[in-house]
Design a protein around this ligand. Structure first.
Ligand SMILES: Nc1ncnc2c1ncn2[C@@H]1O[C@H](COP(=O)(O)OP(=O)(O)O)[C@@H](O)[C@H]1O
Ligand SMILES: [Mg+2]
Length: 278
């Protein structure tokens, strides 16, 4: 970094909230773009000199490593069963940008013994608070206790859908359940694989109609991502950061104002109380 860049960086940091911020990316339906969006947001923040950790929390079918072509030697399951130290499971993508793979060995966190959950959460908290500006959770599709806990506790709960009616219905169902169970009201919405912004707006309007009528949730539509034919090729080549897609992601991030997080109860405390009821 040049001196000039360092000064701008410091100035920027002064105005910012320096606490670690938590972003949860969730959907009702699978295949809508959670993993690619998690990676692209991470990449974009990391290009902006933020330190980012992605937690692949798709405990049944983790796949961040597949998109990157980086096969971790050890994952969260190894840590859990005593076959890896905590440091061994953090995989570097680039300087200041890492991920943890959950592997395919842990199913529902919420079903594990309390002391194990507690130990895991404490270690993750230490790692996050000591080393990262942002932690992004790539959650599994559908409505699970773990996902509900992570999304309800996050500073930035981001729901992603596509214009497909089943995906839209499932996105609404997820928002409704989290709103009812945890009284969470603010959600961010991204519509992926759209043909035009008009199509994305229509999806948002249909979700807004339902949430306004049947819930107390307020959905903030922070942007759309266009369908990009060559993204699939890029994913096959395991170099998934496609320029057009990244441009849409910059736009989303600028609408989210990620530098300043709403003052909420501590993320990890909230997770703990939701998973083990303290
Ligand atoms: N904007 C897009 N344009 C084209 N294809 C996309 C787009 N977003 C996602 N995809 C495709 O959808 C697939 C599923 O995306 P992924 O991020 O794995 O979804 P999820 O994690 O929600 O299951 C990807 O393999 C990719 O091929
Ligand atoms: Mg995924």
């Amino acid at each position: 970094m040049s001196l000039n860049q360092q000064v701008t960086h410091l100035k920027h940091r002064e105005g910012a909230d320096t606490r670690t911020k938590y972003v949860a990316i969730a959907s009702g339906k699978g295949g809508v773009g959670k993993t690619i969006l998690s990676l692209s947001i991470g990449k974009s923040l990391s290009q902006n000199n933020r330190k980012v950790l992605i937690i692949d929390a798709d405990f049944g079918l983790s796949n961040i490593h597949l998109m990157l072509g980086i096969t971790p030697q050890k994952n969260l399951a190894h840590f859990f069963f005593g076959d890896a130290s905590f440091d061994e499971i953090v995989v570097k993508i680039e300087e200041g940008f890492s991920f943890i793979s959950s592997g395919n060995g842990i199913y529902e966190l919420a079903k594990l013994p309390k002391d194990q959950i507690l130990n895991l959460i404490r270690r993750l908290q230490e790692l996050a608070e000591d080393n990262y500006d942002y932690v992004i959770f790539d959650t599994p599709p559908g409505i699970h206790d773990d996902t509900i806990a992570v999304v309800s506790s996050a500073d930035f709960p981001l729901i992603i859908t596509t214009p497909e009616p089943t995906a839209v219905a499932d996105a609404y169902a997820l928002i409704k359940i989290i709103n009812k169970e945890n009284e969470r009201e603010d959600f961010y919405l991204v519509v992926n694989k759209v043909e035009s912004d008009k199509e994305g707006k229509k999806v948002y309007e249909s979700i807004r109609l339902l949430t306004e009528r049947y819930t107390t949730a307020k959905v903030n539509h922070v942007g759309n991502i266009k369908f990009r034919k060559n993204l699939i090729r890029r994913i096959i080549e395991q170099n998934p950061f496609e320029k057009g897609f990244m441009d849409d992601v910059y736009n989303i991030l600028s609408n989210m104002n990620l530098e300043v997080s709403p003052r909420r109860r501590g993320f990890w405390e909230s997770i703990l109380s939701r998973l083990i009821g303290r």
